[in-house]
Design a protein around this ligand. Sequence first.
Ligand code: ADP
Length: 261
Amino acid sequence: HLEVYAERIDIEGGWKGVILVIRDITRETEADRLKTELVSTVSHELRTPLSSIYGFTELMLNREIDVMKQKKYLATIHDETGRLSNLVTDFLDVQRMQSGAQLYQKMTLDLYTVTKQVVEIYETSSVRHSIRLRLLNKELPSIHADEDRIKQLLSNLINNAIKYSPDGGEIDVVLDLDGENVIIRVIDEGIGIPHHAFAHLFDKFYRVDNSDTRRIGGTGLGLSICKEIVKEHDGTIHVESEEGEGSTFTILLPLSSVLPS
Ligand code: ADP
């Protein structure tokens, strides 16, 4: 996007000329567009969980309900609250990333311990959906990385794996090592991703558009945040997937960058 400003100058004595100012405003326009999209996505995504929490709490307050039903309603309220919490986290992270205020505080950490903590957070929700969530690991060296950001990366991927899996599915979080990289894989047997979407999957706000993803809901921000975090650790993230069969997200963190010096 270019902004053009032109003014004619006539100077007495015969000088004539034109001042032409051409400014590249691509960045400003892009920032404006992202802001508008952020506000509309967040407000849209707030609506469903809020109305569901409101509706179920009202039902529980106004009627005599047996314990089984109470549990079911509470489980929905719990899931929807989790959705709101993810939404707020995504929103704040994208804001922070955009303002350039995202500071990375790298320290020596044990990836297995960190991953185990994140997997434990998702245990209740996977059990509720009869999903078997497993952590498989190889002996890994300590790495130099930002603990909160790595947790967020794992959390976004595991959350997606659960969200886009049918009840009864299986999810493996695998920690591995080759000669050059620490490898993190999140493997699910969920709805999968059409190949035409691969090119845009890590873009801000991009969501695959079909009846499943519309029903499940989301902001399209999680994977763009993952990409940014991986980039800050000099790593790469990529996806392999077949529709109806499942998806595997693979992150490579080069040892040359993440080994403590
Ligand atoms: P969202 O909030 O929509 O989940 P993400 O940025 O995390 O946003 O993911 C972008 C899109 O990629 C999702 O809308 C979904 O279509 C697809 N996607 C991400 N992870 C998975 C997965 N594990 N299985 C199937 N589709 C996925």
